[in-house]
Write a protein that binds this ligand. Structure first.
Ligand code: FMN
Length: 326
């Protein structure tokens, strides 16, 4: 056992240096500022905001959330948000004041919408100082494209290329992280397209498409019909996509997200290839889950003689023969 204080918890996602690998995932920590006063956001690697569009968006009608067994959640919030500029004016300064590293998540209904949200951010957001501030923009490519009959951007490498290229062009020096969908046989075509279009990191994964039936009412439980499944059961789905993308593109930073509730889960995603992790649904039950996970990750490393958390990234590769699936 090595002492906890000797564990170097710092990790890098491309050029973005984080004091701990554990971040709050998009949509599960509000737009960031709601939890100030409850959570010391400076102790998280970063806070990812809920996805924001250029203009305010009302989201879907209720019911929008169906809690399930074992910490699962089915949601169809529909990307409700105040719009980029009001967020930059009202909430970003409070997050910066609290010492947070902030990753602004953006979405759009068309490639032009994404570019508009990125341009609004680039025009108004305050650059970070001392490693804090707006450190990256996460591009939520798992939302429906109105120009493609509602199919999500991330399911088509050509659309990923188009969106990421436009966003990168607007952002200047701010890194763009491309957040992809797990609802594909392989995330590799989209990940390659995002990398080639200039994304600084790939974020894997968003929610798994699902549906729940209200058996008393004999109708889908969510007003939207389908929703996104999150929480512990989707972790193997995330691990597999992270593993595959890291194996194919080991030089491209991956941020892992999906079913992390504790330090052991974070270690699993990192060993699969993630440089850092995000926690979503776990924060809905306990806003301190990420801070606890960051603390326990340090303890886990000390117990296992790991002196640098960054060394966990990809540690599971090359250790076992992997059979091709038939
Ligand atoms: C209520 C809710 C809202 C979410 N909103 C967003 C969002 O605005 N943008 C986004 O990229 N992902 C969103 N997500 C997906 C999470 O960021 C995360 O990718 C997913 O839930 C898997 O992680 P988890 O199992 O730790 O929750 C949302 C998830 C939930 C449960």
């Amino acid at each position: 056992m090595s002492p906890e204080r000797d564990v170097d918890t710092q990790v890098a996602v491309g050029d973005v240096v984080l004091p701990t690998p554990v971040m709050a995932a998009a949509g599960c920590f509000g737009t960031g500022a709601e939890l100030l006063g409850t959570v010391d956001v400076a102790r998280l690697g970063a806070v990812v905001t809920k996805s924001m569009s250029e203009q305010a968006w009302p989201g879907n009608p209720p019911p929008r959330l169906v809690p399930g067994d074992g910490g699962t959640m089915l949601n169809a919030v529909g990307l409700q948000n105040p719009g980029v500029t009001p967020w930059v004016e009202r909430e970003l300064p409070r997050l910066l004041e609290a010492g947070a590293r902030v990753v602004a998540s953006i979405w759009g209904r068309s490639p032009e919408d994404f570019a508009g949200a990125a341009a609004a951010l680039a025009a108004t957001a305050v650059p970070g100082r001392d490693g804090t501030g707006l450190v990256a923009v996460e591009v939520n490519l798992s939302c429906p494209n109105v120009e493609a009959a509602g199919d999500v951007f991330a399911h088509d490498a050509g659309r990923v290329d188009d969106v990421v290229r436009r966003v990168v062009a607007e952002l200047g020096d701010l890194p763009a992280w491309a957040k992809l969908s797990p609802n594909v046989p392989s995330a590799l075509p989209a990940a390659r397209a995002a990398r080639d279009a200039g994304a600084a990191a790939i974020v894997l994964v968003n929610t798994v498409i699902g549906m729940s039936i209200d058996i008393e009412a004999a109708r889908p439980a969510l007003a939207n019909g389908t929703g996104g499944l999150s929480g512990p059961p989707i972790r193997p789905v995330a691990v597999r996509h992270i593993y595959d993308v890291h194996a194919a593109m080991p030089d491209v930073p991956v941020v892992g997200v999906g079913g992390v509730t504790c330090a052991a889960h974070a270690v699993e995603l990192m060993m699969a290839g993630a440089s850092a992790v995000q926690m979503g649904t776990a924060h809905l039950a306990d806003p301190h889950a990420g801070i606890r996970c960051a603390r326990d990750l340090r303890k886990w490393a000390a117990r296992h003689g790991v002196t640098r958390l960054a060394d966990l990234t990809g540690a599971a590769h090359g250790r076992a023969g992997r059979q091709e699936r038939t």
